[in-house]
Design a protein around this ligand. Structure first.
Ligand code: N01
Length: 549
């Protein structure tokens, strides 16, 4: 079916095979795969004005990826990976946005994307076995399949600072940065939040503002990114060996071709351990976390060796010992909050125009017209930058107004935390697929590869259904419960659930606590997904008896 007549101007509904939500890495590949390889009619709704998803919205100074770009990119087209030249080891947001625009052009994707259009409700109509999707532009369409490419970190946490609206200066959020360049010259700027976004934006703003005040609640274990220009020789090597590199990446839990991890930090003597940590520290990326010792995330003592090494490095970089002490994380294991990677972060606190405020000692009371008020004083500011994070994993899906069978909302279904089969589907929500949904490896894998794996699985599933004239698929209640138990069991055998962050939902007041990422590793996960498909979608209910409207 051609996708030329997506909807008419009078807003009359027209059916699609598939509606995809989001035009980031996930939505773009889903559109290409489902439209161009399966021949389905596909309509994509995207709230932003351009493609890019997370790389469209998070355009704050310093935003860049922290998995090497030659890995943090699509693998589905060898032509694409051969023709695209990365200029830096870890591409900045503008370059990634250019890359995604290039992908959209190359595969002629824009014609089936409705930009500036947010999905506000998606209701499953049982009598038609179809989804009815409504947007904020007043359109209503129906589709047999609904594919959420809404991302894991796309719903900003709504800050609950008292008095924020009364602030007389400007407020910016890293997650919704303005398109126009913001000139901070001569300004007193405050940044609230020292997660990955704060850690990237702080060194940049320190160079632009007259004075920068950083409001830190929890210090982070931060290791160097190790960015630099892409070496042309290395780029040539990658292109010649891309097939092998992608295979090796997919065999690794993190989706990168790391291969030097050693079994235990505790088996190594102090000198050998130091040498290993030093080497991984210098190499950058996630090598320190993922390519040093494999027991860092399961053994507290092993973890503490890495944690203490990082604290020593903070002491080395920060001149004022009192400031260094404030920047040191102590009361949770390394990696139990998502560790940020830095470029010049700690050294920024050596600048005369930067002040660190410890919100644990002097809690933030609220925002007043002239600035930020803590229990100690008011910090007078011209601009406030919120780097306060996201309602992660479940937030983007719950904000879409999804209702499944019998009018049951996704919010009701997930009131005690996400319930899914494989992080891909939800019981009671037929034909709804969630790309990198909660309880899949998602954010602890390499996202473009995680997305490709999921989209390929979804495409195979739809092809299977179509070939057999099956109208609906949904997981059984039992399979969902089993997947939840399996996911929790693995998570609880690690140190990760002991942290308090968006991994667990702790960053959002009132959100049910649940560890939302599958930690069994992407290779094992992929095999489970493949086996389920090979066994005729074992654990899923296939609705032969239903007919589309
Ligand atoms: O958000 P965060 P983020 N009062 O939740 C603080 C990805 N990412 O946007 O830790 C005071 O990590 C909060 O303090 P605390 C990456 O996966 C990737 O930075 O809750 N402070 C914390 O310091 C990352 O993990 C890249 O005590 C408050 C900060 O705000 C994820 O996105 C770049 C507060 C929030 O940190 C999220 O990162 C950027 C309050 N009321 C992001 N509320 C790459 O490099 C929150 N905070 C690829």
């Amino acid at each position: 079916m051609s996708s030329a007549n997506i909807e008419d101007r009078a807003g009359v509904s027209v059916d699609f095979d598939v509606v995809v939500v989001g035009a980031g890495f996930a939505g773009l590949y889903a559109l290409h795969k489902l439209r161009d390889q399966l021949g389905l009619s596909v309509c994509v709704y995207e709230a932003g004005d351009e493609v890019g998803g997370t790389w469209y919205w998070n355009r704050y100074p310093g935003a860049r990826c922290d998995i090497e770009s030659y890995c943090y990119s699509y693998s589905f087209s060898d032509e694409l990976q051969q023709e695209w030249e990365w200029t830096e080891r870890f591409a900045g947001q503008p370059e990634i946005r250019r890359y995604l625009n290039h992908v959209a052009d190359k595969f002629d994707l824009r014609r089936d994307i409705r930009f500036g259009t947010r999905v506000v409700s998606a209701i499953y109509r049982e009598e038609r076995s179809a989804w009815e999707i409504a947007t904020d532009q007043g359109t209503r369409v129906s589709a047999q399949f609904l594919v959420a490419g809404t991302g894991n970190l796309s719903a900003p946490k709504v800050p609950d600072f008292e008095g924020l609206d009364d602030f007389s200066g400007q407020v910016y959020a890293t997650s919704r940065w303005p398109r126009e360049e913001v000139d901070f010259t001569g300004q007193r700027v405050g940044v609230i939040g020292t997660g990955s976004s704060g850690i990237q934006v702080i060194p940049e703003l320190a160079q632009r503002a007259a004075h920068l005040t950083v409001f830190q609640r929890t210090p982070n274990y931060v290791t160097p990114l190790g960015n630099g220009p892409m070496d042309p020789e290395f780029q040539r090597y990658i292109k010649q060996n891309y097939g092998t590199i992608r295979t090796r990446s997919r065999q690794h839990n993190t989706g990168v071709p790391y291969d030097r991890v050693q079994p235990s930090a505790l088996d190594a003597g102090p000198e050998e351990r130091r040498r290993t940590y030093e080497a991984r520290w210098r190499e950058g990326g996630f090598r320190f976390l993922k390519d040093a010792y494999s027991d860092l995330m399961v053994d507290k003592d092993a973890n503490e060796t890495a944690a203490e090494f990082i604290r020593e490095k903070i002491r080395e970089q920060v001149v004022d010992p009192a400031v260094a002490e404030l920047l040191m994380p102590y009361n949770y294991p390394y990696g139990a909050k998502r560790p940020p990677l830095e470029t010049n972060y700690f050294r920024t606190f050596n600048r005369d125009n930067v002040t660190l405020v410890d919100l644990r000692r002097t809690p933030l009371h609220g925002i007043v017209p002239s600035g930020v008020e803590t229990s100690a004083m008011v910090y007078e500011l011209d601009s406030i930058v919120l780097a306060t994070g996201f309602d992660a994993m479940t937030g983007p899906l719950l904000r879409m107004g999804v209702c499944g069978r019998a009018g049951r909302s996704l919010a009701q279904c997930w009131e005690n935390g996400p319930r899914t089969q494989l992080g891909l589907m939800v019981d009671g929500f037929p034909n709804l697929f969630t790309i990198t949904g909660p309880q899949s490896p998602s954010v602890l894998y390499n996202m473009p590869l995680a997305i490709e794996d999921h989209v390929n699985w979804i495409a195979d599933c739809i092809r299977y259904l179509r070939e057999r004239n099956i109208k609906t698929i949904e997981p059984s209640v039992e399979s969902v419960s089993e997947w939840g138990s399996h996911t929790n069991e693995i998570a609880n055998s690690t140190l990760l659930p002991t942290g308090h962050s968006w991994y667990t939902g702790d960053n959002i007041p009132g959100k049910p606590r649940a560890f939302m990422i599958y930690l069994g590793g992407a290779p094992r996960y992929r095999k489970i997904c493949d086996d389920i498909a090979a066994n005729g979608y074992e654990g899923f209910i296939l609705g032969r008896e239903l007919t589309t409207g």
